[in-house]
Design a protein. Structure first.
Length: 346
């Protein structure tokens, strides 16, 4: 008798010591991130819904015919009791990296290993976390996808991006200096929002294509909410950097204010935003040196020098075609709109 004929029979009797049979991803689902294909695999079919939660945050664009990113989400019971995860799990993640590898530790709820070079990731999650595909999307899947994009040639700039009359407006500002407040004031007065957080620049196709993440959402500090009474019923509190901010999904408020598709970078106005104790809002020219100084501080978390330099090289063509300005916000609430109208008339 050929012993190989009995392999399947005997294998079923053996202990699943490494958990390979239990972890085998029996379910798969395809999707896209900025047009780049991806495949999500899991041993828990319901967990594939995490892709639905993530897909809505990334700009849509023409699908690319290239090798897909591969992500495996494996559900495995913990040896000790685990409570349901908090909705703010992202704030408690722990990260480390070496070479082209990243690791994300999600406390007792799981961990993930990411091979950036191959565009592959494997996460082992507790059933308690797997029962919340929305939290898996926010705390893990989005981070994996964004890192894949950065490593595979997409540029990234921390900025708000709005559009009006076929032109794009980029707002750069330090943390807590009023960028989101300014973006919302403009959106409620004639502009549309691509993103209030990250602008990604696609390496595919002719010209620069601006992709947003997350699309159509704005986070506001509590102290600015009295300026926008019309949106209060649409706000959701969220912990961000040890403080509570209020998330506005503009799709719920008015989907016409959201740009869902990636934006071809034609005419661009880039503003370095500051606030000042003066009545008038002013716009003045910004030098190339001033703009690059701001970009260096807003283009990437610190990474290996070659990753950072590759990112800056992707941003450079966008800056080359942009008008660059200092936008200084004064106390007069109508001054911002007048200043933007003057800029748009030029």
């Amino acid at each position: 008798m050929d012993p190989m004929e009995r392999v399947a029979e005997v294998a079923a009797e053996l202990e699943d010591f490494w958990g390979r049979r239990a972890a085998a991803p029996r379910y798969s689902r395809g999707g896209y991130v900025f047009g780049h294909p991806l495949q999500l695999h899991s041993n828990d079919e319901a967990l594939l819904a995490a892709l639905d939660h993530s897909a809505r945050h990334f700009s849509h664009t023409v699908p690319l015919e290239i090798a897909p990113f591969q992500i495996r989400l494996i559900v495995q019971p913990s040896r000790t009791a685990v409570s349901p995860p908090p909705g703010s799990l992202l704030e408690n993640n722990w990260y480390t990296g070496a070479g082209e590898w990243l690791m994300i530790q999600l406390g007792p709820w799981g961990h993930a290993y990411i091979d950036l070079a191959r565009g592959e990731a494997t996460a082992v999650l507790s059933p308690e976390l797997a029962a919340r595909p929305d939290v898996v999307s926010q705390s893990l899947l989005n981070t994996i996808l964004l890192n894949f994009c950065l490593h595979h040639g997409y540029g990234m700039l921390h900025a708000s991006c709005l559009v009006r009359d076929g032109r794009a407006l980029l707002l750069l500002a330090p943390h807590d200096s009023g960028k989101s407040t300014t973006a919302l004031q403009l959106v409620l007065n004639g502009f549309r929002l691509l993103t209030d957080s990250m602008v990604h620049i696609s390496p595919y196709g002719a010209g620069a294509l601006l992709c947003g993440f997350p699309v159509g959402t704005i986070k506001l500090r509590e102290d600015v909410l009295p300026q926008f009474p019309q949106i209060h019923s649409f706000l959701r509190p969220e912990r961000v950097r040890d403080e509570t901010k209020f998330n506005l999904d503009l799709r719920r408020y008015d989907p016409r204010l959201v740009v869902e598709e990636a934006w071809p970078a034609g005419v661009i106005e880039l503003c370095l935003l500051t606030r000042a104790d003066q009545e008038r809002t002013t716009i003045a020219p910004a030098s190339n040196e001033e703009v690059w100084g701001a970009v260096l501080r807003n283009s990437l978390y610190y990474d290996q020098p070659d990753v950072w330099q590759r990112n800056l090289a992707r941003i450079a063509p966008v800056l080359a075609r942009a008008g660059t300005h200092h936008l200084t916000i004064g106390r007069d609430p109508q001054g911002l709109l007048r200043a933007m109208n003057r800029l748009w008339e030029n």
